[in-house]
Design a protein around this ligand. Structure first.
Ligand SMILES: Nc1ncnc2c1ncn2[C@@H]1O[C@H](COP(=O)(O)OP(=O)(O)O)[C@@H](O)[C@H]1O
Ligand SMILES: [Mg+2]
Length: 491
């Protein structure tokens, strides 16, 4: 590519120089011809004057020597036109010259000149005639000689012009090579772009229009690279969302199918006669009730989740005393904890400390966390519910940190990051046995984020788990959930 551009440059340059030389040749040869002719006339005029002054006309014998010395042919013509002497041929054989244009002029007393074919030699001559007392003194030179000299001068002029072009050609070659080089790399770069390699950049741009073009191409590829990356990220994100959506549908169907199948099975057994089997009928009915309750819990949790996600849940934000919010939950949970002889502790905030929240949502969050704590803590354990100032993280917003700590079975580290996904459970069978749906923590995460807060867990297996979440102290503008976290709807 580079060599092709270079060859085109050179061809163009050669054409340009040829045209320039032809033009120079044409223009200078005209000037040279007319100047040269004029000087030849002048020379002949001067020579004629000198010959006349030296009395050559009255002494025809001296003419040949003078003609040799002056480098001209001399003809002496009488007033009647007859040739008295000629230094190039025998005068006696020459016809009457009275009719020759230069002779006519000289006979009339003026200087005469003409260029024409010589009758005596058959070739062209330049004639110059001057009146002398004897008649006419005529000097002539063959035109061919003059033409030869003119051609020589023209040749020399052209040669010097061509020589003068050498530095021009060298500079042009250098520039052409340089430009071809840079253009070549820009074209190669454009090829890279066309092939989708937006990673490449043009280096060593220097200055000028090519540099501007290079920079623009660099900008373009940077933009394209960013766009492609963005599209790739979005694509991956969409794929992830789609996978999660499919998993969710499969999970929901699966979760619904088990209790439904159980209800259907036991109902049929009862209808088939087991209703009269007094040993089993109540047990079967209890199983049916148990599964119906499970279905009710599942649908209630699914509804709660979808209401938050579809933003149909109306939140009523306000300033609430955080200690009162905790007390509400503790009061509810106390009898259940007492059954398992679990000690409930509180670490309250300073009196009057407030958070900006929806009190119903906070009740939902805390009761889900405390419910888990009771479920996953063996008898005689301890559950602590508390508040403390939130110190780490973004200092721009004032936050309080709420926590629910237990001394239960704990959560393996590898499960901790996925705990807040829908239907994710460390031990499915155990969760089901305990009446769990696997949706509690997903609801908690959504609700916390609606408040602009974060939720996380700290746990050591067999030592217990602590769930933390933050709540804003000051009033804030609740953002749409998907704006808050793009992956929000994903888990
Ligand atoms: N306090 C806790 N101690 C141990 N494991 C917990 C605790 N809280 C939650 N988990 C684990 O997280 C899983 C998800 O909790 P959650 O979403 O509330 O579902 P569910 O309680 O219905 O099983 C539980 O199944 C359990 O494995
Ligand atoms: Mg739960």
């Amino acid at each position: 590519m580079k060599t092709r551009i270079f060859i085109k440059f050179i061809a163009g340059l050669a054409a340009l120089i040829t045209v320039a030389l032809v033009m120079i040749g044409l223009l200078t040869s005209r000037v040279i011809d007319s100047k040269y002719m004029a000087s030849r006339w002048r020379e002949l005029d001067e020579k004629a004057s000198m010959l006349e002054a030296s009395g050559a006309a009255s002494n025809p014998e001296s003419l040949p020597a003078m003609a040799r010395a002056a480098g001209v042919r001399i003809t002496l013509i009488a007033r009647d036109g007859s040739v008295i002497a000629d230094t190039a041929t025998d005068a006696s054989h020459m016809e009457n010259h009275a009719g020759r244009p230069e002779v006519i002029e000289a006979l009339a007393g003026r200087k005469g000149a003409s260029i024409r074919r010589s009758n005596s030699f058959g070739t062209e001559y330049i004639y110059f005639a001057e009146p002398v007392p004897q008649g006419v003194l005529r000097l002539s030179v063959p035109l061919a000689e003059v033409r030869e000299e003119q051609a020589a001068i023209r040749r020399r002029t052209l040669e010097s012009a061509a020589l003068a072009f050498i530095p021009v050609v060298l500079i042009a070659l250098y520039l052409a090579h340089n430009t071809a080089d840079r253009l070549g790399s820009i074209i190669a770069y454009a090829g890279e772009l066309a092939n989708g390699n937006f990673h490449a950049r043009l280096r060593d741009l220097r200055s000028g229009e090519l540099a501007i073009l290079g920079r623009k191409l660099n900008d373009t590829s940077a933009k394209l690279e960013r766009t492609v990356q963005q599209l790739q990220t979005e694509h991956t994100e969409l794929e992830k969302l789609e996978r999660i959506r499919k998993d969710f549908v499969i999970n929901v169907s699966h979760e619904l199918r088990t209790p439904l199948a159980s209800i259907q099975g036991y109902t049929e057994t009862l209808l088939d006669g087991a209703i009269h089997d007094e040993k089993n009928n109540i047990r079967f009915l209890n199983i049916i009730r148990h599964n119906a309750e499970r279905l009710a819990r599942l649908t209630a949790d699914l509804l709660a989740l979808s209401r938050i996600e579809m933003k149909t849940q109306q939140f009523r934000f306000g300033h609430y005393r955080v200690n009162e919010l905790l007390a509400d939950v503790i009061d509810t949970i106390r009898p259940i904890a007492a059954k398992k002889r679990i000690e409930l502790r509180q670490e309250l905030a300073t009196a009057g400390a407030e958070v900006y929240c929806d009190s119903e949502a906070i009740y939902q969050i805390l009761s889900n966390l405390v419910d888990n704590a009771v479920k996953y803590t063996p008898e005689l354990g301890t559950i602590t519910i508390g508040v403390k100032p939130y110190t780490t993280g973004n200092a721009a917003a004032r936050m309080l940190e709420l926590f629910v700590q237990d001394t239960g079975i704990g959560i393996p580290v590898e499960d901790q990051s996925r705990l807040f996904e829908r239907f994710y459970r460390v031990d499915k069978a155990r969760s089901r046995e305990l009446g769990g749906t696997g949706l509690g923590l997903a609801i908690v995460k959504h609700l916390v984020r609606t408040h602009g807060g974060e939720v996380w867990v700290n746990s050591e297996i067999n030592k217990g788990a602590t769930f933390f979440f933050t709540l804003p102290v000051d009033e804030f503008e609740p953002q749409s959930q998907s704006e808050l976290h793009p992956e929000f709807t994903a888990s």
